[in-house]
Ligand binder design. Structure first.
Ligand code: SAH
Length: 267
């Protein structure tokens, strides 16, 4: 496999008995980092979650093992403690364990929880950051998270907090000029209502982006008050992000990516 060995810098050695918590990027497999690709080529076993382009698994060694441990809202999914126990067990067997996650492992991806468990078990680990859907995925939908005079800050919000719903402190988070909501499809009506109650205009520009940076990408522009209606009218399904704020207005000029036009490159 030519390429990675000819780089003008060294990529880290994947030590037996260690775990690499690795981000796979938002969808387009070409957005994988060099370190992630290097890790996939050297791993003895890959433990991956549900939001992944299956072609990424074609990058692993032919003798490597692959285990799917998807966590997916609504479906029966393994408990987080089972996943961390498996990572620790495999590392203690002396394997090179690559834990592959969608986007970035430290953005609503349970990467911190897994790293803390590895640290507590004294299993050596590396974090391989990935491009989060909340930035790179939105870029494929022509939505910058910051732009010139549009906004001086943005906030990442989970729609699936510790209690399974919107976070308690949404009123404070609502002050950020741009909000990017992960896992928010289930609570759109409540989200809009609480943001308007916190002082935002119901007419504010908002967008829904489903399956960003994949051949199935769909983008719906709407207004804050109409998020739930728009998602239902377009039958949007997870994974999807919600964006609220002035950057949404830039999309008309920045809508650069059309998966169908790429001649199968991303199909
Ligand atoms: N660690 C991931 C996020 C995991 S939480 C990251 O950094 O991107 C899972 C949520 O991320 C989904 O419910 C959805 O809100 C969002 N998401 C992940 N991939 C996405 C994609 N390709 N398009 C839209 N949303 C996506």
């Amino acid at each position: 496999m030519p390429g990675l060995d000819d780089l003008p810098f060294a990529l880290p050695a994947f030590e037996p008995g260690s775990v690499w918590l690795t981000g796979a990027g938002p969808g387009d497999p070409g957005l994988l980092t060099l370190t992630a690709l290097h890790g996939l080529r050297h791993a003895d076993i890959v433990i991956h979650d549900a939001l992944l382009d299956p072609r990424l698994l074609g990058l692993v060694r032919s003798d490597a093992a692959i285990e799917a441990w998807g966590k997916r809202g609504g479906r029966a999914s393994p408990h987080q403690s089972e996943i961390t126990a498996r990572l620790i067990e495999l590392a203690r067997q002396g394997r090179r364990v690559l834990r592959l996650k969608g986007g970035d492992p430290f953005v609503f991806g349970r990467g911190a929880e897994e790293a803390l468990a590895l640290a507590a078990a004294r299993v050596p680990f590396r974090i391989v950051p990935g491009i989060t859907a909340g930035i790179g995925g939105l870029a494929y939908a022509g939505l910058p998270v910051t732009a010139g005079e549009a906004n001086s800050a943005f906030a990442f919000v989970t729609g699936h907090g510790p209690d399974g719903g919107l976070p308690d402190d949404l009123d404070r988070v609502a002050l950020a000029p741009v909000l990017v909501v992960f896992m928010g499809l289930a609570h759109l009506a409540e989200f809009s209502r609480r943001l308007v109650a916190a002082g935002r205009s119901p007419d504010e520009a908002a967008a829904l982006v489903a399956s960003a940076a994949t051949p199935r990408q769909r983008v719906v522009e709407t207004r804050l008050a109409d998020l739930a209606e728009s998602a239902a009218a377009h039958a949007l399904e997870p994974p999807a992000l919600v964006v609220v704020g002035p950057v949404v207005a830039l999309r008309q000029r920045l809508d650069w990516w059309h998966p169908q036009a790429e001649g199968g490159l991303n199909a």
